[in-house]
Design a protein around this ligand. Structure first.
Ligand code: COA
Length: 257
């Protein structure tokens, strides 16, 4: 895969996707969004990949938002299309990916950057990270799912305050709010992401995909997450991984998924 705005490192069963526009603080322009979609699609299809880490290049930013210079002159129709297409091809796509995606937030995660991190399955952050949804300071609102995913993660009241004030919170505050799961130093961020990824990889990928579908179902309108869980649970009984996992346990050995 050859991209202009992103880098991909693959080793063993782990892929690390790095957004690489450090001079623009990794702001998400149209090309970067398209490249990220293509990369995630390819990694989803690559059977050797079991976990994906998403991070930003440089020491300053994960992603400082959607590229403001690209949409400053947009009409109502263009604005609507920007949000709709972006949500479809990237943000919803990542959220529903069958493989775990961990955001390693290495600096500013603002606007579309925080929305991107929130569409990942969970987040860890470096202690210099700053997070926020500053869109209302630009006369717009979050359009890549931020008004929905931030309340899901931190609760409605705190999300309202963060969006209305357009303020930034520290990594420590994000940890206290449950927006990120762990905070560490910048040097330790990717090693920690790798360590968590390795722990995930010991488990059944098939079962993990089923868990992602069941968990996400609970946040879908008109879908009963408990019913989806019952179906997914049942389906697991027909998989090779279930046979391997249970027989390994009963024979007191480690499973080989
Ligand atoms: N879109 C486009 N360009 C962006 C950007 C964005 N969201 N965020 C940063 N950049 C660019 C800057 O324009 C600047 O480019 P230049 O060197 O060609 O002028 C470069 O990245 C470096 O940013 P700069 O503002 O000089 O860095 P800073 O350390 O002074 O400030 C931020 C860092 C993150 C506080 C500041 O860049 C910022 O507020 N960015 C916008 C955040 C935002 O509102 N995001 C939501 C968008 S919907």
């Amino acid at each position: 895969m050859n991209f202009k705005n992103i880098l991909i490192n693959q080793s063993e069963n782990l892929a690390t996707v790095i957004i690489n526009r450090p001079k623009k603080l990794n702001a998400l322009n149209k090309d970067t969004i398209q490249e990220l979609f293509e990369a995630f699609k390819a990694l989803e299809e690559d059977e050797t990949v079991r976990v994906i880490i998403l991070t930003g290049s440089g020491e300053k930013a994960f992603v400082a938002g959607a590229d403001i210079s690209e949409f400053a002159n947009f009409s109502v129709e263009e604005g609507t299309t920007l949000a709709k297409k972006g949500q479809e091809i990237l943000f919803d796509f990542i959220e529903n990916l069958s493989k775990p995606v961990i955001a390693a937030v290495n600096g500013f995660a603002l606007g579309g950057g925080l929305e991107l991190a929130m569409s990942c399955h969970f987040r860890i952050a470096s202690d210099n990270a700053k997070m926020g949804l500053p869109e209302v300071s630009l006369g717009v609102i979050p359009g890549y799912g931020g008004t929905q995913r931030l309340p899901q993660l931190v609760g409605k009241g705190k999300a309202m305050e963060m969006i209305m004030t357009a303020g930034m919170i520290s990594a420590e505050d994000a940890l206290n709010l449950g927006l990120v799961n762990h905070v560490t130093s910048q040097e330790e961020l990717l090693p920690l992401a790798d360590k968590i990824a390795l722990k995930i990889m010991r488990n059944s990928s098939v079962a993990i995909s089923a868990a992602i579908r069941a968990i996400n179902a609970g946040f879908e309108d008109g879908v009963n997450g408990f019913d989806i869980e019952i179906n997914e649970f049942g389906e697991c009984f027909g998989t090779e991984d279930f046979k391997e996992g249970t027989s390994a346990f009963l024979n007191k050995r480690k499973p080989n998924f």
